[in-house]
Design a protein around this ligand. Sequence first.
Ligand SMILES: *Cc1c(COP(=O)(O)O)cnc(C)c1O
Length: 369
Amino acid sequence: MKVPFFDYSKLFQLNHDSYLKIFLEVANRGAFIMQSDVHEFENELAKYLSAKRVVGVGNATDGLEIAWMAVGLNDGDEVICSAHTMLATASAIKMAGGTPVPVDIGDDGLISPTAITDAITDRTVGISPTQLNGRSCDMEKIATIAEEHDLVIVEDAAQSLGAKFNGKNVGTFGRFAAISFFPAKVLGSFGDAGAVVVNDDQLYESIYQLHDHGRTSSGEVRSWGRNSRLDNLQAAFLSFGLSRHEDVIERRRQIAQQYQCRLETIDQIKLPPAPNSDSRYFDVYQNYEIRARSRDKLRLFLSDSGVGTLIQWGGKAIHQWAGLGLERYSLPEADAFFEECIMLPMNNFITDDEVDYVCDVIHSFYKKH
Ligand SMILES: *Cc1c(COP(=O)(O)O)cnc(C)c1O
């Protein structure tokens, strides 16, 4: 049996006819840039999230950068982010003129609220929590810290569309949030695409202008801006995907439960929190990231058995990349995590039998190791 980590062609093939129909309809209308499909998708997404407004952008990295530009970072302003995140969380802060400060992670791999508090200085202006692997951070603790120290929150919600904390959607906790529609994300498009969630009505205009040459929605230039618009065709495909998103989440949670039942007895691995293990969290399992003893050997064994895996971010926490000026941070929890972390196949294309096979292979590996 072969279980690829993520079969990109299936994203299209599973709904081949619907997507072709959407393509023909949009293309025949000649609707390619900022047409009704973008506005409709933005409204649908805002409604889905119970958010004030949404602005479609080119990708989530742009979205984070635009969000920090709208916040307005001055030279020396520090923003705290997790060491276990895509470099994009930090690079957006940097490119918007601020200084990213990586901090350590907690037991579930997400940013540690205690580490946030410890990292606050006179120059700290914000926190950018990453809603990692389809799971929310403890936003109650983080919101309290932000309030006490008067800090802005911009959520990196790239991986977590549909996840909730205390019943509230990820993406609606910060002043802004960015969501990614990279093909392998929980809601994937057929290329680059993203969105900024705007939770303050008065700041909608600044995000809107930043994403389209400083123009207002009526076309008047009011400020400096850039071009990072959501592609109209992608928006049409995404509307279709969003209408089926709850089914995708349901399937991902089923798979997580299956991994939980089959793997929880293995002492050498540590699983992510199970779907119903804590009523405050509703996780959407963008990824199923485990910690595993003899990780590299396990990965090779899985690969030899036809199972694709991935080590997140090319195997490094953000402070571990040389040359970015973040090497001076000492973050032992993140360092230990990256010695052991590995992601198992997790997407709505794989079958129960395939998940069972992955588990069988892991069991046979640990009988010998
Ligand atoms: C995918 C991802 C991004 C970047 O998203 P793009 O749309 O590819 O720019 C940022 N942060 C996290 C946590 C991600 O997983």
